[in-house]
Design a protein around this ligand. Sequence first.
Ligand SMILES: Nc1ncnc2c1ncn2[C@@H]1O[C@H](COP(=O)(O)OP(=O)(O)O)[C@@H](O)[C@H]1O
Ligand SMILES: [Mg+2]
Length: 444
Amino acid sequence: MNAVQPLIHPSTNGTKNDMARITLWIADRIQSSLVDVGKLTRTPEIVQMVHQRFKQACQHAKINVPTAKEEQFFNDVLDELVGLGPLERLMRDDNISDIMVNGPHMIFIEKKGKIYEVPARFADDDHVLRVVNKIVEPLGRRINASSPTVDARLPDGSRVNVVIPPCAIDGPTIAIRKFTKERLEINDLINFGTMNKHMADFLEACVVSRLNILVAGGTGSGKTTLLNVLSGHIPDGERIITIEDAAELSLDQRHVVRLETKNPGHDGDSKVSIRELLINSLRMRPDRIVVGECRGGEALDMLQAMNTGHEGSMTTIHANTPRDTLSRLETLVMMAGMDLPIEIVRKQIASAINLIVQLSRLRDGTRKITQITEITGTEGDTIVMQDLFKFEDRGEVDGKVRGDFEPGGLRSHYTERLQLHGFKLPPQMFMKTMASKNGNSNKR
Ligand SMILES: Nc1ncnc2c1ncn2[C@@H]1O[C@H](COP(=O)(O)OP(=O)(O)O)[C@@H](O)[C@H]1O
Ligand SMILES: [Mg+2]
């Protein structure tokens, strides 16, 4: 190892940024003395080797680490060398679902639906960029000032989005949605109070009976999770094609083809969009098409697919109420650039979509199905909807939202279709306990 300059003394300064800087500096020293450092993995031999060099480097640099802090300090250096630096420990903590880096000195995480700031820090913008490159380079992607955003999937299934300056004003920004190892099942959603058993039974019947379903909600409201759970009810033997921006769905059925969009690569080769994949998938003899999220002109193709023999298809959309979902869908269809009159668009929507399942992430962090709404047809150019189930929010006790799922009081418009598929749902399921005869038909 070359002669090293004494550094700021870790025990004489308190700031986390300095600690991060020293960690980085030592990691650099070790790194420059190794070959192929990019290929280092966390094996016991490597850990031992790094430990030896760590001790040497500390001696050379005259850094006295208090014994109580030594292990932590060494782990930071190790994370720097064989992991994602300050993010490594957060990545390994299975209780953390999201990691959000807002520039070098601010890192937030989400745990059980709540967001917290953590003490971990990067030394500076360059440090964040090194970690960003460690993430994106193995994926064959590149990020720099002229192409300052990347949206990608990590090998473990986690999704990552990076924006760097000049587009990110306060320094490189990273958002990681971790892939959850334990996949939530329908019973988990019932236990979490996301829906009740009646709603779960009804949704299962709808999926098996090939209703076209739109799962709507805000970011992080649980749309993808619910789409995955619902897709799990598709009977074995049906050919399923999934289309996503970054593959998150994981289905147990055997006959599944998974498609994922492609961003332009290094050499400026072309992009493959959700819309192109959707159009292509129609030639792949699908029984069901499951699109991770509709956020552009693919909405029109999705409606057409649903209307032309691919019943039982499903997707998600970003919207806060069923009414909002319909207007959002209209906007997305317009984005296809076909210049269709609004009445035609509404007719297409009304005949394609059977059910909207509305999700919300409530103020206490819990996710609820706030409405299950059927589309029953059109009156003039108005789409007619009815709520079958609704979550009634009854305020908070000790910071927890209290409320009940209530049936809307009307039998499903699709009762006969469900019966044909063997689901004889008891009419009481849809009846209000406290008889209120107010109409639930919801027009727009
Ligand atoms: N019903 C639920 N109850 C509790 N946590 C949930 C629920 N649905 C999803 N989650 C968790 O919330 C996070 C976001 O879920 P996701 O389905 O990806 O949301 P969206 O697709 O709406 O952005 C994930 O960490 C997931 O595990
Ligand atoms: Mg999602």
